[in-house]
Design a protein around this ligand. Structure first.
Ligand SMILES: [Mg+2]
Length: 263
């Protein structure tokens, strides 16, 4: 019996946040739509919505500020040749309000975290992103107390981000567990799965019904990712390093494995 359960020795479960526990992309996409609507109410712009969304995503990627909303839209307006700080701020407010109003945990998140707590499996969050933004999401969704440890990469030091192993190592150290006693659940192959595999954790890819990266495969990520630019010095020799140990659609699928564990 014991050998049938890959989690027999599991002491800890670590999670990605966005699109793993929380419907972040959905909220972000909706918020960007609404802020573009706010822009159109105040300005005639020749570009179509898709172009504008592309520009916003591009600027967003390059921003390293704690609360980027108004900065983000100000940079967009500058690119469009519009100098209007009030409009940028207005768009920032719309974006923020919509994100806050629509960001939700997936329905299985709290039941699963509760189950881990009740059977004595320790939990950790390992997230790439800006410290305060990620913590705001955790606090607003009232899951702070479900984690034994929280590790957010911050934006300053790339070596702290997934797929580099340092952030996983620190989380394991804080939980006092070894990599082979830990599971990592995330939605992205090039950050979550690659990083967890490199750090020696049992990697689980979660494919949510609205998952942003569901179409990605080990083959196309290995081939198409801009490794040098996105993750300098990462060593990746084969697509197999991007392969999760398990794929799930919902955290519920893991419950039966854990139900049989005595900790
Ligand atoms: Mg994610």
């Amino acid at each position: 019996m014991a050998s049938d359960n890959p989690f027999e020795n599991a002491e800890a479960v670590l999670f990605d946040l966005d699109d793993t526990l929380m419907r972040s992309t959905y909220a972000d996409t909706l918020a960007i739509h609404c802020s573009i609507d706010a822009l159109r109410q105040h300005q005639n712009i020749e570009k179509d919505d898709e172009d504008l969304r592309g520009m916003i995503r591009y600027i967003k990627k390059g921003l390293n500020r704690p609360s980027p909303d108004s900065y983000l839209f100000n940079e967009l307006l500058e690119k469009l040749g519009i100098g209007d700080l009030s409009l940028a701020t207005r768009m920032g407010i719309v974006y923020r309000d919509v994100v806050v109003a629509t960001m939700r945990l997936y329905a299985d998140a709290i039941p699963f975290l509760r189950e881990m707590y009740s059977i004595g499996v320790r939990t950790g969050l390992v997230s790439n992103g800006e410290e305060f933004i990620q913590r705001e999401k955790i606090i607003r969704s009232e899951i702070l107390d479900y984690f034994n440890t929280i590790h957010v990469s911050g934006m300053k030091d790339d070596s702290m981000k997934k797929p580099y192993t340092m952030i996983f190592d620190r989380a394991l150290e804080a939980l006092e567990v070894s990599p082979d006693e830990a599971i990592y659940i995330g939605d992205r192959l090039d950050t979550d799965i690659l990083g967890a595999n490199k750090a020696g954790l049992f990697s689980i890819r979660i494919l949510r019904e609205d998952g942003r990266y569901n179409d990605e495969t080990e083959e196309n990520v290995f081939k198409n990712a801009n490794w040098e630019q996105e993750y300098p010095n990462i060593e990746i020799k084969s697509k197999d390093e991007l392969k999760p140990k398990m794929e799930i659609n919902s955290l519920k699928e893991l419950m039966p494995y854990f139900a049989s564990i005595e900790n």
